[in-house]
Design a protein around this ligand. Structure first.
Ligand code: TXA
Ligand code: MG
Length: 321
């Protein structure tokens, strides 16, 4: 058995024993438990310090594994699964009786996705059932995008951490509520409302930066310890300079290099286009914290593609403190 295979087998055994396994996905690392074992799911909430009324996402190996978890696999769900799975789209649907209340926070709906990462899929295949997994961070912290991030935050509580290197996308999946008409984006991500609308051939409510409707999507989520200030590109140098002059440890996060920054300002970029920005956002938050920054001056990417989701996370991070 190869090293990776052995780790996957150990992960599947741990899940079967009701223990927690952290695994990489294409978005962020997840903290997984057997979704059909309410006791194991309870340990996820305890490890994260997360309120138990916040529902978790069920990860399955393929669209074919969806049926037992939901009341009905509708044609719309089928079309979206065919178009985007494996991938960063989470579908909220009426649940079946098989899903414990612990997973859904007592709701009559369940959120499901098929992750596009070979290690995640290998784990799901080896385990042979649905895995409930939120992002593998402590409650209110940025999601982890490397195995080291997971170990730093949750080390003790996790039986196995599968290391798949840095996550490709870097921010959480798009959450789409299929129980409303039209379907509604509860959390923006890599897959846009427009992409979804194209597949279903009808309107989609893109609530990109509106009030949080998804349970557990508090404004204070996704935040680093440092305060985040979102500013326009033209104002970034002046704002960083003013904060620096006040004696703050200032970090700057920007798509392009920022000129005329004072010595001693921590530069967390340039982070390039929106895809790069997403991939590096949470690592940049963590680095700012590790270097003792008191404030992050962030220039958002344009609101196109995944830029919409990056702006949403920056907004939440800045509103949180
Ligand atoms: O990319 C991702 O989605 C990552 C990886 C690990 O798959 N997972 C993740 O999980 O971000 P978490 O628990 O941090 O966020 C899941 C969000 C919840 O905050 C909630 O907003 C929404 O999904 N959600 C889950 N179940 C729901 C339900 N039944 N109804 C509405 N929203 C739900
Ligand atoms: Mg999370």
């Amino acid at each position: 058995m190869g090293c990776e295979e052995a780790a996957v087998a150990a992960g599947a055994d741990a899940l079967a024993a009701g223990r927690l396994v952290a695994f990489p996905t294409e978005t962020v690392y997840g903290l997984g438990a057997n979704a059909l074992d309410a006791g194991a799911v309870g340990r996820v909430f305890a490890a994260k310090g997360r309120p138990t009324d916040h529902p978790l996402i069920c990860h399955v190996v393929s669209a074919g594994a969806l049926a037992p978890l939901v009341a009905d696999v509708t044609p719309v769900a089928q079309a979206l699964a065919a178009a985007f799975w494996p991938g960063p789209l989470t579908l909220v649907m009426p649940r079946s009786a098989a899903v414990p209340d612990a997973v859904t926070g007592g709701r009559d709906t369940v959120a499901v996705r098929v992750p596009a990462h070979p290690l995640a899929l290998a784990l799901l295949r080896a385990f042979g059932g649905p895995v409930a997994a939120p992002s593998a961070n402590r409650f209110g912290r940025p999601s982890p995008t490397t195995a080291t991030d997971v170990a730093d935050e949750l080390g003790e509580a996790v039986a196995v951490i599968l290391d798949g290197g840095p996550c490709e996308i870097g921010i959480e999946s798009t959450v789409l509520d299929l129980t409303t008409d039209p379907p509604q984006v509860l959390r923006p991500g890599r897959i846009s409302a427009e992409q979804v609308a194209q597949v279903i051939g009808g309107p989609v409510d893109a609530e990109a930066s509106g009030p949080a409707r998804a349970p557990g999507m508090l404004e204070s989520h996704y935040a680093p310890g440092a305060r985040v200030e979102v500013v326009a590109a033209e104002q970034a140098a002046a704002r960083a300079t003013a904060l620096h002059a006040e004696g703050m440890r200032v970090a700057v996060l920007a798509p392009d290099p920022v000129d005329a920054l004072p010595q001693g300002v921590l530069v967390l970029g340039p982070v390039g286009g929106a895809d790069d920005y997403a991939a590096r956002l949470y690592a940049a938050f963590r680095r700012a914290d590790a270097e003792g920054a008191g404030v992050i001056v962030a220039i958002p990417p344009p609101a196109e593609g995944i830029g919409v989701a990056v702006r949403d996370r920056l907004q939440r991070a800045s509103a949180g403190r």
